[in-house]
Design a protein around this ligand. Structure first.
Ligand code: CP
Length: 304
């Protein structure tokens, strides 16, 4: 495999391979010196046209733990500010002989365009509302860490599905591994068509929560909401937020997940995010080992 653009590039077998590789990189990450020479001499570039804390830093950490050289491209101090096009920018970076370009962009499809322009491997770190494959992989790994298999697991994805690239990649990954997914949202926060999505839909979170093994809260993506989709955030929280009272509906062993960054007090109550059943910081920790696995898969021994 040369690029990771969509969860569909992997399929169930590919996801399982990433999970197996991640086990070994979790072990590396637990060492006193968490570093291996696997990607020595390789160069990995982060090209983020959108803000990020988790994804950018965890890819950088992952590349460094594999001994790759890393370059961080800052839009604010680059020639993008002088009007350089995306194509000229990525071809300039590629001409320096880099091995992988990690791309985040506000427009869906940009990582596919970049992959068609460069020799380097391309990893989609989030394209618009479309996909965020490494988030889905770290989510699968985090669930498996607690329950060993996703087969038959009932996963409720709650919130702003319409604007969520995480929801799209998670649905693909969770269902590929055999989970049953229910999307829970007001009609205005669901995509106009769910044709082809292998999911059930509910508008009643109180009905879904007692049956869920995992409840996955989505961030309310106000920066992508160009029209009034909700009467108010307060009303959204009252009807769909995982409040302290609502969290009591969950089964004793049900997990709470969120991709971050959280809007505490909107989609998730501050104290619920910190409950023992919340694995949100495990998701972040596992993200480093999962991204080591992805970099190894694309650039490891003899790949280029
Ligand atoms: N989950 C996620 O993609 O977070 P960042 O936007 O901080 O990278």
């Amino acid at each position: 495999m040369k690029h990771l653009l969509s969860v569909e590039d992997l399929g169930a077998d590919g996801i399982e391979e990433v999970m197996r590789l991640t086990d070994s990189f979790v072990e590396v990450s637990g060492r006193a010196i968490p570093k291996v020479p696997t990607l020595r001499g390789r160069t990995v570039v982060s090209l983020f046209y959108e803000e990020s804390t988790r994804t950018r830093l965890s890819f950088e950490t992952a590349a460094k733990r594999l001994s790759a050289d890393t370059m961080n491209f800052s839009i604010a101090t680059s020639s993008v500010k002088k009007g350089e096009s995306l194509r000229d920018t990525v071809q300039t970076i590629d001409a320096m002989g880099v091995d992988a370009i990690i791309v985040r962009h506000a427009s869906a499809g940009v990582p596919w365009q970049v992959a068609s322009w460069v020799d380097a491997s391309v990893i989609n770190a989030g394209d618009g509302w479309h996909e965020h494959p490494t988030q889905a992989l770290l989510d699968c790994y985090t669930i498996r860490e607690r329950v060993s298999s996703l087969a038959g697991l009932r996963i409720a994805i709650v919130g702003d599905v319409k604007h969520s690239r995480v929801a799209r990649s998670d649905v693909l990954a969770f269902t590929a591994l055999g989970a049953d997914v229910t999307l829970v949202a007001p009609p205005t926060l669901l995509p106009p068509s769910l044709a082809g999505w292998p999911v059930e839909v509910s508008h009643d979170v109180d009905d879904v929560l007692p049956k869920a093994d995992v409840v996955y809260l989505l961030r309310m993506q106000r920066e992508r909401q160009t029209e009034a989709l909700l009467p108010s955030l307060r009303e959204y929280t009252a009807r769909f937020g995982l409040t302290r009272e609502r969290a009591r509906l969950l089964a004793d062993d049900a997990l709470v997940m969120h991709p971050g960054p959280m809007n505490r007090g909107v989609e998730i109550a501050a104290e619920v995010a910190d409950l023992p059943r919340s694995v949100i910081t495990r998701q972040v920790a596992n993200g480093v080992a999962v991204r080591m696995a992805v970099l190894f898969l694309l650039l490891g021994a003899g790949r280029r």
